[in-house]
Design a protein around this ligand. Structure first.
Ligand code: ATP
Ligand code: MG
Length: 441
């Protein structure tokens, strides 16, 4: 049993003599420019998902480990080697969430959302944590925007609606050449039959496969198809197709999903080897890529149906389907297409310049007047010299400056300066808000 006491000796000394402390490997700071791009993405996501009827849900970043070992699956990479355990003073075994679907279903059951009209449409935005090997597009803390349809019938229309909503979302970000890769892994019985066939195929090749796949044959045969090792690719290509092993109801469900996508004009490709990294899926599984990355491994969105997940958690059967989108990957794709993604179009801006202590004091109430009138005005009351402030106004792209000096404060005036031409005009201080309102129009 690991002790909950934090070993102080192990925390290296920092400070002037210690090593510089950096952010943890694979986890990144978001600086203001990047934050603007993210905010834009969140806004588009909120608009699109709320349009499709999803309501926002927030769940804790930390959950009981069992939530994921029971749902995502004991023998998945995520649970086997990628979860961050949280040391706390209590006895609970807590982890940083590696994904949010299980959390949303837990919350749905915990708060009796099944008593509300069904299905419930829920969406979330937040960070997830996986101890993976960091590389481009793969981080240890990454953000996901996800949406889930929970309850009601296991109706293929909801599978299609999830795919349509995320396609629309990526479309609104002007991402082109999107491909939906889609497959069905059927129900529990279909998969049992298929696993047998798959293992027969792998037994014929058990001398050629990688070590991980040797293990997967015993622990999680479906995941054999997910192997990224080169030596296994031919064996995957020649493996029997799960689509040939679907029962009639699973087949009918899948056919309907595809028909709905046809109706919505969403292009897709069948990917009979797509199984996805989590254990809880049944029937439909899908990923969305950009065409440039179809061969690559960096999907923008991943999702599927999970009609058995709630039962594993709460002895209540709840149909479910959903998807999650990787914020960093989508932002990278959006920036590749348009490097200025998220930088606001240049707005008319006003910069307040003060000279002297009296003007500084007066500026505080003047700023409040502008705030009250919802007029954007910037400035830096910490700066002192005029030239410094003029330079800052220029850098900030201000079109107008308001200059308040000692003389102006005494005479209850203020100067308006056109930053482009340098032309200046003195007006009564109490008319400043009205005048700026006029000029910003
Ligand atoms: P991959 O096959 O790329 O490992 P996954 O199947 O593990 O993805 P999901 O669990 O379905 O991914 O998560 C949904 C989305 O979250 C992915 O499509 C991707 O955009 C993003 N994502 C997953 N893992 C990471 C990560 N480590 N870093 C950044 N984004 C990620
Ligand atoms: Mg993964």
């Amino acid at each position: 049993m690991p002790s909950n006491k934090i070993n102080k000796k192990k925390i290296k000394k920092s400070g002037p003599k210690g090593k510089q402390i950096l952010s943890p490997k694979g986890m990144h700071d978001v600086l203001p420019e990047e934050a603007q791009a993210r905010d834009k993405l969140y806004k588009v996501a909120k608009d699109v998902l709320e349009f499709y009827g999803f309501g926002k849900i927030e769940t804790p970043i930390v959950e009981n480990a069992e939530l994921f070992s029971r749902t995502v699956g004991e023998s998945t990479d995520i649970v086997e080697k990628e979860m961050y355990a949280v040391r706390s003073r209590g006895k609970e075994h807590l982890v940083m969430r590696p994904e949010m679907t299980a959390s949303v279903v837990r919350s749905y059951l915990e708060h009796g959302l099944h008593r509300l009209p069904q299905p419930q449409f829920l969406y979330y935005i937040g960070p997830a944590f996986r101890h993976e090997n960091p590389q481009a597009g793969r981080y240890r803390q990454f953000w996901q925007i996800g949406a889930e349809v929970l309850g009601g019938e296991s109706d293929p229309i909801y599978d299609a609606q999830i795919i349509i909503a995320f396609s629309r979302l990526l479309g609104e970000l002007k991402l082109k050449n999107l491909i939906v890769g889609i497959n069905s892994i059927g129900g529990t019985a279909d998969r049992q039959n298929y696993k047998k066939k798959l293992l027969e195929h792998y037994r014929l090749h058990n001398k050629e496969i990688c070590k991980d796949c040797m293990r997967r044959m015993k622990t999680n045969p479906l995941r054999l198809l997910d192997c990224k090792s080169r030596s296994c690719q031919n064996i995957i290509d020649e493996a029997p197709s799960v689509l040939d092993h679907l029962s009639s109801p699973s087949k009918a469900h899948f056919k309907s999903v595809l028909e709905f996508l046809d109706e919505a004009g969403i292009p897709y490709v069948l990917k009979p080897r797509l199984v996805r990294g989590l254990d809880y899926y049944n029937k439909t599984v899908f990923e969305i890529f950009t065409e440039d990355d179809e061969k690559g491994e960096l999907s923008l969105v991943g999702g599927g149906r999970y009609d058995y997940l709630a039962e594993i958690l709460g002895r209540r059967s709840v149909a479910g389907v959903g998807a999650a989108m990787g914020v960093e990957r989508v932002l990278e794709a959006a920036k590749e297409r348009d490097p200025s993604f998220g930088t606001p179009r240049s707005k008319k801006r006003v910069y307040l310049i003060h000279i002297g202590d009296l003007a500084k004091r007066k500026s505080i109430s003047l700023l409040e007047e502008f705030r009250e009138a919802h007029l954007p005005i910037i400035g830096n009351l910490g700066k002192t010299s005029l030239s410094n402030q003029l330079e800052a106004a220029d850098k900030a792209g201000a079109t107008l400056a308001l200059i308040l000096g000692q003389k102006e404060v005494f005479e209850e005036d203020i100067i308006i300066r056109d930053m482009k031409t340098g032309a200046q005009e003195t007006i009564p201080l109490k008319k400043a808000v009205k005048e700026i309102k006029k000029r910003l129009k």
